[in-house]
Design a protein around this ligand. Structure first.
Ligand code: ADP
Length: 164
């Protein structure tokens, strides 16, 4: 059985992420979406557990997808899941340098795990979780940027943040 891990911060999951998940499912028997917390990014809008819940809801109709959170090293996580491929989405050239660097480091740590890059769906090239958070902060309509089933959660979270 071919198993791939799709790691990211997913704070929150966007339609760009969902596009990559669906395409990864076409290539592998089983895809594990793994929420990982990036120490370089700030605390984030959603907790890792909330992000997992939002992704699970988003992919509930897709077979062969599992969603988890891991605070460990990606290559250890892949080993644990029996995955020998990491899937990553590539948006602009700006993603390339950082992603290739990470792929090489991961392969160095665990030569059994390689990284497969999928080019972003053309509609989602400029879409990131940060852009979504920026839009939500200004009350912009999020339709077409994130799955419909999580829009209310983002709006609610932003409202809570404003009241804090
Ligand atoms: P961001 O916070 O920048 O949206 P994540 O860390 O959540 O990024 O992204 C996880 C993975 O998904 C990375 O490989 C990233 O390049 C990819 N990704 C993020 N947004 C998109 C998109 N719009 N299209 C394709 N891939 C994407």
């Amino acid at each position: 059985m071919s198993i791939a891990v799709y790691p990211g911060s997913f704070d929150p999951v966007t339609l760009g992420h969902l596009n990559i998940i669906k395409r990864a499912v076409n290539c592998f028997d089983h895809v594990v979406v793994c929420v990982m917390v990036n120490s370089e990014k700030d605390a984030g809008l959603f907790t890792p557990e909330e992000r997992v819940e939002l992704i699970r809801r988003t992919v509930s109709h897709i077979d062969g997808v599992e969603v988890e959170y891991s605070s460990g090293l990606l290559s250890d996580y892949c080993e644990k899941k029996g995955a020998n491929v990491v899937v990553k989405g590539l948006r602009a050239i700006s993603d390339y340098e950082k992603e290739v660097q990470m792929a090489l480091i991961n392969r160095h740590i665990n030569p059994n795990v390689d990284t497969l890059f999928l080019p972003s769906g053309e509609k989602y090239t400029y879409l990131s979780s940060s852009v979504v958070k920026e839009m939500a902060a200004y009350g912009t309509n999020l339709e077409g940027f994130v799955p419909d089933c999580i829009i209310e959660d983002i709006e609610e979270k932003m409202k809570q943040r404003r009241e804090e």
